[in-house]
Design a protein around this ligand. Structure first.
Ligand code: NDP
Length: 601
């Protein structure tokens, strides 16, 4: 599928100057091994056996491991029970089905953005058709067998083993693409490239952040697959929807009814996913595709984090149903509508403007021309804040979590007859009890995490744009002052920013600024204009010279130097008349600590 490069520019894969993100190798290790543990912790501590959180956790003083194991439903065969060949096989089968649908179903071919080597990759998009096909099969199964349709019962019963299978796939995939990235050659005919941020030379970090920009594989019968684009929009995103409906079915099996809250959350999240698939080609201009390599960060994010973290609310509601009522539904629905409007319209506006600036919907908008050749909008949605689309996206997280209310529940034995308890089909009772509020750790975590992700992403994008647009980006930031939330995230100029908070690029910018505007600007002018300077140095000497080069310590290389000084001869103990002396030196190095005054002549 990869067309020939329009212009082959040699790409050197040697390690670059290290510029780490996410806390460097330590941060990468923490995320790579900490986040899977966090997901297991969430799964066990908020469960359908004893409560959310498990009662022992609320009484840490009397916490004992054996009781905790029973309360959280720890597998009988211990840690090995976290995985199973069968669940791993079915999970791989799900990936295979997605690959087959990718191959069989019709799709449109779209060219990606121009790569650093001048070429453009082709992508086949049929994620929507593939998702609708899969959902149609699930709908048919549900119509004939109801909540007991085996897909729903199998996923619910083997949730932890399916989670493990996806984690293992994410680790394996990241390792596969990392190892394979070493076969990327300069001027590769298949347009293979290394990602800018992924060739630091630190193995763990590069494995995490992603070494190869657009890894692709060709599979028998399936054909060529762009691993990054495929993983971003296929198994995980649809997995999110499937898991949500698994929990709707589970709620029905446990309580005999489906609450409006779980339906609301599943439907709106399903709509979000379908919406992403409707505009699947938009992904080609996102940072993930254009700049990030594919490593563990994306493989884990796509295949594990999205489906398993984003479904914490429906997982919770499946065992503690909440009835929102008309007023509640209108409340969360309104927040969602407002958030979605901001998110969708702002993204669509940028996309329309970048695709065809003369489109009547965007032709009236103001923009600045940049030296990089692209235009930056400064009015409309993009004039309100530099990432107003992130605000819309983040606000959408709230109505996902709000239906869980003051989350937290305890599961009591059948026949307890506790006041206000919800009774399960098997007789067990569910009440908020002492756990009320503590379950929010699980159901509202998404809002917190997503906020952190978007703020961090905004910082990364700012750095990328500062590099790409230089002065134009500074000019743009003067016009559009706010980062994500208008009036809340004021722009600090670089000069106001503490140096230890500056990125490498910002420090370089600051140094450039100091050279052009600070005291050293005299020397810069002298170098550029090849003009003469008069330098007064220690030992009462003066130098008339041209400055060839200098650094910020005032060390200089001088040319055509006339050194001048005054000598007072002493004869018979008496001082004579001072005599002016000079000499010519064609080239010399002058140490900065001997400089007293520099005058531009
Ligand atoms: P954006 O869609 O905001 O794209 C940023 C890029 O747009 C910049 O790098 C720049 O690229 C261009 N740009 C910036 N300012 C302007 C302007 N004023 N006018 C025109 N172009 C401009 O970022 P993302 O790719 O991060 O996000 C895309 C969407 O995906 C967002 O809505 C985000 O919320 C969502 N998202 C969702 C996630 C999830 O987990 N649900 C995770 C991450 C993102 P250029 O070099 O082309 O100028």
């Amino acid at each position: 599928m990869a067309p020939k490069a329009k212009k082959q520019v040699a790409q050197r894969p040697q390690p670059q100057k290290r510029h780490y993100e996410f806390g460097g190798p330590l941060g990468a290790a923490g995320i790579s091994f900490g986040l899977p543990i966090l997901l297991y912790t969430f799964t066990f501590l908020c469960n359908d056996v004893s409560g959310c959180p498990s009662p022992s956790v609320l009484r840490p003083k009397s916490l004992d491991l054996e009781t905790l194991k029973v309360e959280v439903g720890w597998p009988e065969d211990g840690i090995w029970g976290l995985a199973s060949w069968e669940a791993t096989g079915y999970t791989l089968g799900y990936y295979l089905l997605s690959a087959l649908l990718y191959r069989i179903l019709p799709g449109k071919e779209v060219e990606g953005t121009v790569l650093a080597n001048g070429g453009r990759l082709k992508y086949k998009f049929n994620g929507l058709a593939s998702a609708l096909f899969t959902l149609a099969i699930l709908a048919a199964g549900t119509a004939s067998q109801g909540a007991n349709f085996p897909v729903w019962t199998y996923i619910a019963d083997n949730y932890i083993q399916i989670l493990t299978a996806n984690i293992l796939i994410a680790y394996s995939l990241a390792t596969f693409v990392y190892v394979r990235s070493f076969s990327v050659k300069p001027g590769d005919k298949e347009l293979r490239l290394l990602a800018e941020g992924g060739k630091t030379g630190n193995m763990l970090y590069d494995w995490y952040i992603g070494r190869e920009l657009n890894p692709r594989v060709t599979l028998p019968f399936i054909g060529e697959i762009d691993i990054k684009e495929w993983m971003e929009v296929r198994p995980g995103l649809l997995g999110w929807v499937i898991l949500n409906f698994t929990f709707v079915a589970k709620q029905y099996r446990q309580f005999g009814y489906v609450s409006d809250s779980i339906l609301f959350t599943s439907i709106v999240q399903g709509a979000y996913v379908i919406d992403c698939l409707v505009v699947e080609p938009y992904i080609l201009t996102t940072m993930d595709i254009t700049s990030d390599g594919f490593g563990f960060m994306l493989s884990f994010g796509d295949l594990v984090w999205v489906p398993f973290l984003y479904t914490q609310q429906t997982r919770y509601l499946s065992t503690h149903p909440k009835d929102l009522g008309t007023l509640g539904l209108v409340g969360v629905g309104s927040i969602l509508l407002a958030a979605y409007t901001i998110f969708r319209l702002s993204n669509a506006q940028k996309n329309a403007f970048r695709t065809n600036p003369n489109d009547p919907s965007v032709a009236h908008l103001k923009y600045i021309e940049t030296k990089a050749g692209t235009r930056l909008l400064v009015s409309g949605w993009w004039g309100i804040a530099r990432h107003i689309n992130y605000l819309g996206d983040w606000l959408q997280a709230w109505p996902y979590s709000l239906p869980t209310g003051l989350a937290g529940y305890q599961i009591l034995a059948a026949g307890t007859k506790a006041e206000g308890a919800l009774t399960m089909v098997d007789g067990r009772e569910v009440i908020a009890g002492d756990a009320q509020g503590w379950g929010m750790v699980f159901t509202y975590f998404y809002i917190l995490y997503f906020g952190v992700l978007l703020v961090h992403r905004d910082g990364r994008d700012d750095e990328k744009c500062a590099k790409k647009y230089g002065e134009d980006w500074e000019k743009y930031k003067k016009i559009v002052k706010w980062k994500i939330i208008p009036y809340l995230t004021p722009r600090r100029t670089l000069l106001q920013k503490p140096r230890n908070e500056c990125t490498e690029y910002e420090i370089a910018q600051l140094e450039n600024w100091e050279m052009s505007n600070g005291p050293l600007s005299i020397l810069q002018t002298a170098v550029r204009g090849h003009s003469q300077v008069l330098i007064s140095i220690r030992s009462n000497r003066k130098l008339l010279a041209r400055v060839k080069a200098f650094d910020r310590h005032c060390n200089m290389i001088l040319e055509n130097v006339k050194e001048m000084w005054t000598e007072t001869p002493v004869t018979n103990g008496k001082k004579g008349r001072p005599v002016n002396k000079d000499r010519f030196i064609s080239k010399m190095f002058l140490r900065g600590d001997s400089v007293i005054i520099v005058l531009l002549s």
